[in-house]
Design a protein around this ligand. Sequence first.
Ligand code: GLY
Length: 389
Amino acid sequence: MKKTLLGILIASSLMVSGQKKIDVSAELEKIQFQYKYLLKKHSDISKIPHSLHTDGTYRSLPSDWWCSGFFGASLWYLYEYSQQPYWKAAAHKWTMAVEREQYNTTTHDLGFMVYYPFGHGYRLTGDTTYRRILLQGAKSLLTRFDARRNVIKSWDEFKGYSFPVIIDNMMNLDYLTWAARESKNNSFYSAAAAHADQTIKHHFREDFSSYHVVCYAPDGSVEAKKTHQGAADESAWARGQAWALYGFTMMYRETRDKRYLQQAVKIADFLINHPALPADKIPYWDYNAPAIPAEERDVSAAAIMASALLELKEYVPANASLMYHNWAEEILVSLCSPVYRNKGTEQGGFLLKHSVGHKPGRIEVDVPLIYADYYFIEALLRYQKSGKL
Ligand code: GLY
């Protein structure tokens, strides 16, 4: 998709002349205060900040939890922004907290757990220790790729099925494309591309909403399409849709394969036009949750979507680019409002309220979540850099 010169001029002038609606520098000052507080309350690296219990105490978890890398990764973003040694030292400490996960072959989540913290660390420092750990982690992730089914196994078992793949798994693919470039071993790249291709084939409905879990038989056929964290097998679980949008946008960045861009655009269309999306653009935890509007919002899904749209806008023609920019901006305006954004040490230093981890399992309902914070920081940084097409 080529941007026309006229389109670029119109959209650029609109963006450049238009005032940004968010003062990103002020937000990042507040974030640094809040995360200094969170750091002060967490010294033991076996208890990684994750969320709060219902009584307001910290719910901090060990490195084998799928979210263990987000804290270190967020600290790297704060270092990148501030260039202060304080953040570099904190980022290093909480990155090394997940070092052992480089050998973990029991999960597909190594992108979040290992690539996010070590990947940012390597990008910002060039430290070859991080690179070595990253390459080992990528090897561990690749053990979960099955050449007959052409997908990476997410979990080892789900409701009696032995090869479940969840839409979230798209988020690990840039770990593999990175490893392919670094190691010059193309098997990482081909696994990532094969996984994305199978996901297009099997995870999406006609309206470009996606199933959460697809279970594969040994011959590669699909045995079942289910949900784990959504309201129903046929519903659109909000964070899953956001993972899909982010994942295909990122796979276009990594491969320049137009099919991935088209998929991301279709997913964005589905989300942007969804009748159940509230006016403030923060989705309910499932677009088909049964009691809407008396259902919890999921701020994590909104933050992931904002960050994804701010990348997707770079790859589309000017009009769509402007629309995605404005949409992401509106999400960020909502997230920065007191309805969703914590002040000072409120909620223990976490940045955002009102996320949902696993509503059907009654776990983490209407709480702050470390990954909502991560994508919020990422989206703010992307927003700050944006404005030009
Ligand atoms: N990857 C798990 C989740 O999004 O909750």
